[in-house]
Each structure stands twice: as C-alpha cells, then as structure tokens.
Design a binder for this molecule. Structure first.
Ligand code: SF4
Length: 388
C-alpha cells in the first residue's frame, strides 16, 4: 500500500524532474566553503556515490558565484551530472547572477528583500501593499534571469526568519510561514513563472507539519499545484536528528505530500542520504531495497531471531520491493506479518514454517536448512535477482 500522492505540476531541475509522478528526489547540501573547489568536489563526489540526486551549495558572495564554473567543469571531468542548487539569502543580486551556473536557486522569502529590523509597528493595508510592490520590483530581474537560463526556483520559507512585515501581521506562526510563501508565489505567477518548488522548514517537526499542510490547502484555494521540498531544519545529529526528520518528513509523506526531501543532520552531508532513503522506504513513498518485517521476539521464540534476521538480510537485502517477514512464532507471526510476500516463521524448537503471502507452503523445516529453502522459494516465485 502506497500513500496517494498529491497531484502537482512538474518542475525541471536541469534534466531531472520533480513532482507529479516523478520519484521523490533526495537532496543534500554541501558543508564545504563554495570557494574551496577541491573540497567541494570531494564532497560532491561522496554525495554522488551514495545517490544524492540534487546538490545544494551556499552562495553568500560573488566569489562563490565565480567558483561555480570551476566546480561544474570539475564535475563534468568526473562524469558527475547532478543538478546544483544555489542557496541565496539577503542579496537579490547574487540570486540573479547565479542563475547562469545552476539548475535551481533557493531564496528565503523572509530575507530576500527585507533585512531583519523587527521594528514593532503596525502595517496599514496601504503600507503592506507598498512593501509587496517593493518585493515585486526586486524579484522581477530574478524572474527574467530564471527564465533566460531555464533555472527553477525554490521559495524556501523558514520559521525562524520571517520578514518583519509577516511577523507584524501574522506573528511567529505557521500561518505567517504560509503567507510569506504565498506573497512570492502570487508575484511569480503574475509574471508567468511556474518552475517553483516550496518548502516550509522549522526545527520543530510539529510546526513544520502544520505549515506544509496549511500551505497545500492555501495553494489549492488559489489553484496552485507546485511541488514540495520537505525538511526539518537544524534537526541535530545522531539519533535525535534522524528521529526528528523521520517524524516531520515521514508524517507528510504518509499524507501523500512531498516531492523532494532533505534530511538536515549536523554530520557529514553523505550521512543524510541513507536516512532519507530509509524514510522513503519506511513510508513506501519510494522503494530502494527489500522491505523487512520482523517481530521483536518473546518467550514464544525458539530460535535466535536477531542472528537469523541478520543472516536473511545479508542474502536478500538487494531484492528491491520484495517484502520478507521473519517472525518468532506461529501463534501471532502469520497474522502480524501483514502484506509480506514471503514469511519465515518459527514453528517450534528447531522447526520453521515458510509462507508465500498468507499461505503456509512448507511446514516444520529443520532450522539449519530454512534460510536456504527460503531463498529457493523466492527464486521459484520469480522474485530473485542476483546481487550486483
Ligand atoms: S510473533 Fe510470536 S514470537 Fe514474535 S513477538 Fe509476537 S508472539 Fe512473540
């Protein structure tokens, strides 16, 4: 069972597409200084090896823009064809300049034009409209260059950096995040720019989940169907970072939302990719390898479930999309292994039953032969491929 995915437009990031029926793309961001070509290329190579599909780098100054040509040509020499995304804050001119060298530009609507002053003042409707006119004026040259170079745009809203204008009117809320994005979307649409992707990041998964859900409703009411980039920002490291990302991104994927994901970890960027793949696999949003279902074992288990599971995984983890259950006992195992294609179920001391779907096809096999017989069963049912 797969979550029914929200229908979106398709956005091209160079030759790679996002949205609609395209696979949910995995991306990451370099931690290297963009002006350090050697370090960037080493990091891009590591990300490429683990199948990171889109690579973002920070562009805080013109020197970084100037480095992109060299980065691109080094990538070409190494046969690395990943699209690059430039992350720009505070400086509309850099966003304009960088369009020539990347496939996508990310801007933050909270700081693209506005610098954070947070002068506590009420905006009259007239003042608010004047501010929006200023945003429009500043974004027009960017739209022009995005179109000229076939570049996509991410309007990347962050909970922690909403503009004074939005903060004063909507407060530090998910509604404020949504409005922040919509202001930009309406201007982009008015000027016929549709290659847009949206994000609503927060370090708090609950805020982030709420903001994405509200954004989708708000966009639908204006007949906007732009793809979504999902992420929990500043999620942290190790277990905390992984769990926060899994909760935030995974919940939305189960809603059928999300077209590209980034797991933000305070670790080497390549560490983010297996976590992203695992979140996609666990939510069945994109299948990378075998789906394993195994019980925790209990007093009813008569074999070493942990060792046996590891052994079965070692032989079968390359079988993309095949679901294999390893269950401790026949009392609850068959019922609990849900939609598994094959089941390995303890039948008593030293005995194993094998299942195809919900049907027991072999009973009381000596456990020493059972893993081999499970593999034969997978082969007999045409689900086996040799490991690469
Ligand atoms: S499937 Fe059986 S062995 Fe596994 S946890 Fe449930 S009752 Fe225990």
């Amino acid at each position: 069972m797969f979550p029914k995915r929200r229908q979106t437009s398709t956005v091209s990031i160079g030759t790679l597409k996002i949205g609609s029926t395209e696979p949910i793309r995995i991306q990451s961001m370099l931690t290297s200084d963009t002006t350090d070509i050697e370090e960037c290329i080493a990091e891009i190579t590591r990300l490429d090896k683990v199948n990171c599909e889109i690579i973002r780098l920070t562009v805080p100054n013109q020197k970084s823009v100037d480095s992109l040509h060299a980065i691109r040509s080094e990538m070409e020499k190494r046969g690395i064809q990943r699209p690059l995304v430039a992350d720009v804050h505070f400086n509309p001119q850099l966003a304009i300049n960088v369009c020539e060298f990347v496939e996508k530009v990310r801007i933050n609507p909270g700081n693209f034009v506005d610098s954070k002053k947070f002068e506590a003042r009420e905006y009259t409707d007239k003042q608010y409209q004047e501010e929006l006119a200023r945003v429009e004026e500043k974004i027009l040259p960017l739209i022009s260059n995005l179109k000229k170079y076939g570049c996509a745009l991410r309007v990347g809203t962050n909970h922690g950096s909403l503009s004074d204008r939005v903060m004063n009117r909507y407060g530090d809320t998910s509604k404020g995040m949504v409005e922040s994005a919509l202001e930009f979307l309406r201007i982009l649409r008015k000027h016929d720019f549709e290659e847009t992707v949206l994000s609503m990041k927060s370090s708090n998964p609950l805020v982030m989940i709420q903001a994405y859900r509200q954004l989708v409703i708000a966009m639908e009411s204006e007949e906007m169907y732009y793809p979504l980039h999902l992420g929990v920002t500043e999620a942290g490291n190790e277990l905390d970072g992984r769990i926060k990302s899994a909760v935030g991104i995974g919940t939305l994927l189960c809603d059928g939302l999300g077209d590209t994901i980034r797991v933000s970890l305070t670790e080497a960027s390549e560490n983010e990719i297996p976590v992203a793949q695992s979140i996609l696999q666990s939510t069945r949003a994109r299948i990378y390898n075998t789906d394993f279902i195994s019980c925790p074992s209990c007093g009813r288990t008569f074999f070493d479930l942990e060792t046996t599971t590891a052994q079965i995984k070692a032989f079968t983890s390359h079988l993309k999309g095949v679901k294999i259950a390893i269950m401790g006992c026949v009392v609850n195992g068959p019922g609990e292994m849900a939609d598994a294609d094959f089941g390995y179920v303890g039948a008593g001391p030293g005995k194993i039953n094998l299942y195809c779907g919900q049907t027991c096809v072999e009973r009381n096999i000596p456990s020493v032969q059972a893993v081999k017989r499970l593999i034969e069963l997978i082969q007999e049912h045409g689900k086996w491929v040799d490991p690469a």
